[in-house]
Design a protein around this ligand. Structure first.
Ligand SMILES: [Zn+2]
Length: 388
């Protein structure tokens, strides 16, 4: 099952560094190039335990980032303190495809119906297929070797698309298809690899998992994507169809963690949008951002995906006015007058800074949602006009 695509999420660098990676979600930074957005999205923050166990300088070592800004391959290696003999030195690999308009000689192709990615290696000039600066073809050779899944060298692959307007889309976890690597010759007879991957778009990636990978720890099961567990426990399987079934067998549909992650990120984006328009509580003017809540006029639970992120469905309110609005004790009539419930006394109104003579012209665009609020949320509202 494919997750619904959200609108572009414009996040701050620290939000990008901490947010989960949700398949088919487009991320952008505030004044950031897409290489910086990708860099922030694949940054792993080292855990406190790891830093203290290894006596690391927090300032220098708590952020470990992916390398390089160009080319389709970015290998993230284990933290030097975690390296053990006989096991992998790689934490995870990031592969990217650039938007067609900007494409280089080798253009990648993603077939979304079949979750099938045709990816190209990174040789552009050499007669030796492995002679590339990012070692991409070398990694492809390793990834597509027969025993990669069972080897102690196995590492997950995260697939992203980069757009010319600096957006970055997280596509999913990439899995090599058996016998899916072939050597081709294209322009100027230069040899290169063409590689076929399955992309798992059912599982979101938690930053905590990337941290565990970086620290070389076997992570708690709850944060390891099911498709990755399935993949590394594969016995050699003959057909492509069987391997795909095996990888996806236990990870179909949106799991609860994915749904939660999606909700968190949608909510964060919604708040961000409202804060850009307005910096204070609509009712009382309080401007302490820690106390401001992005309140949905039509309640979150009753809103569809579009309504959940529509800024016209949002009011920025302080904690107390959010509660009053949420409980239906205050609302606004068709002329944007503040209306209050008769459950509140005159004394309450004074204490709560509720002035029913006030009009809020800025609510014009919110009337469709306010109509819903008046009809289904508001309780025992007294209105001076007949337009409630
Ligand atoms: Zn307020």
């Amino acid at each position: 099952m494919i997750l619904t695509t959200l609108k572009k999420l414009e996040l701050s660098t620290s939000e990008l560094q901490s947010c989960d990676l949700i398949p088919e979600t487009i991320y952008a930074g505030i004044n950031l190039k897409n290489s910086d957005v990708l860099h922030a999205l694949t940054t792993t923050k080292m855990s406190k335990n790891f830093i203290s166990e290894n006596k690391l300088d927090r300032k220098k070592n708590n952020l470990h980032t992916s390398t390089g800004t160009n080319g389709g391959f970015r290998m993230v290696n284990l933290a030097p303190q975690s390296k053990r003999s006989n096991s992998t030195e790689h934490a995870f690999l990031v592969i990217t495809s650039a938007e067609k308009a900007k494409a280089n000689i080798w253009s990648d192709d993603f077939d979304s119906g079949n979750h099938l990615l045709t990816y190209h290696g990174d040789n552009k000039a050499s007669q030796n297929i492995f002679n590339t600066p990012k070692k991409g073809n070398f990694y492809l050779d390793e990834i597509f070797s027969e025993n990669f899944a069972q080897s102690t060298q196995a590492f997950p692959i995260l697939y992203f698309k980069l757009f010319a307007d600096n957006r970055v889309e997280y596509m999913g976890l990439a899995y090599p298809i058996p016998n899916g690597l072939k050597s081709i010759r294209e322009k100027n007879n230069i040899p290169n690899y063409e590689a076929k991957f399955y992309i798992d778009q059912t599982t979101s990636i938690k930053k905590e998992w990337l941290t565990h990978l970086k620290e070389g720890k076997s992570a708690k099961n709850s944060i390891v994507p099911q498709s990755w567990s399935n993949f590394i426990h594969l016995k050699p399987i003959s057909s492509n169809k069987k391997i795909m079934n095996k990888i996806f067998s236990l990870s179909g549909g949106q799991n609860e963690a994915t749904v939660k992650a999606k909700e968190r990120i949608t909510q964060s984006q919604f708040r961000h949008t409202l804060l850009q328009k307005q910096h204070r509580c609509l009712v009382c003017g309080l401007d302490c951002s820690k106390l401001l809540i992005a309140s949905h006029i039509k309640p979150w639970a009753n809103s569809n995906d579009q309504e959940k992120i529509d800024s016209n469905n949002g009011l920025l309110l302080c904690a107390i006015h959010d509660k009053l609005f949420d409980k239906g004790l205050i609302s606004f009539d068709t002329h944007n007058h503040l209306c209050v419930s008769n459950l509140l006394t005159k004394k309450d109104l004074k204490i709560l800074h509720l002035d029913t003579s006030r009009t809020f012209a800025q609510l014009k665009g919110h009337q469709t949602y306010l109509q819903y609020h008046r009809q289904y949320v508001a309780k025992d509202i007294l209105s001076s006009s007949n337009d409630f």
